[in-house]
Ligand binder design. Structure first.
Ligand SMILES: [Zn+2]
Ligand SMILES: [Zn+2]
Length: 146
């Protein structure tokens, strides 16, 4: 995973840029001389505060990712234990997603338990019906030629 973070001010849409200004004061520690300025508002940070904030963000991001990884593994294990073989776990936008491989649908909630043998039987019966129907139709079509 890529940990590259865009430095931002308190507003998530604002991007901090490196710009050294000796006559400005840091908005965090009030020290004179700043190294980063917000592109969109009057917000300034000195080099030390900026570095500390980025480090903090990176730690948070790492924690979030490792937590997500654990949840992902747990979800896979749960599906296996519940014999939900038609379901697959995916991560989308930092959230756990359950994909049904048969119906091609997805759910943010853990799928409800459906007996795999029951759903197999339903699909088979359905297919048999369709084949029988098509066969009768075909026979009728052939008959109509004579
Ligand atoms: Zn500072
Ligand atoms: Zn800003």
């Amino acid at each position: 995973m890529d940990f590259t973070l865009i430095p931002i001010c308190y507003d998530n849409e604002h991007i901090m840029r490196y710009k050294h200004k000796e006559d400005y004061y840091c908005d965090i520690c009030n020290k004179q001389g700043v190294s980063y300025c917000c592109d969109n508002c009057d917000y300034y940070r000195c080099r030390n505060c900026h570095r500390d904030l980025l480090a903090e963000e990176e730690i948070k991001e790492r924690l979030r990712l490792s937590k997500l990884k654990n949840e992902f593994k747990l979800a896979e294990l749960n599906l296996k234990n519940d014999n939900l073989e038609d379901w697959e776990v995916m991560i989308s936008d930092g959230e756990i997603l359950y994909i049904n491989k048969l119906t091609k649908t997805y759910s943010y909630d853990y799928p409800l338990y459906i007996s795999p043998s029951l759903s197999d039987r339903e699909i088979k019966t359905h297919n048999d019906d369709r084949v029988r129907c098509t066969f009768t139709e075909l026979l009728n079509t052939i008959k109509s030629f004579f």
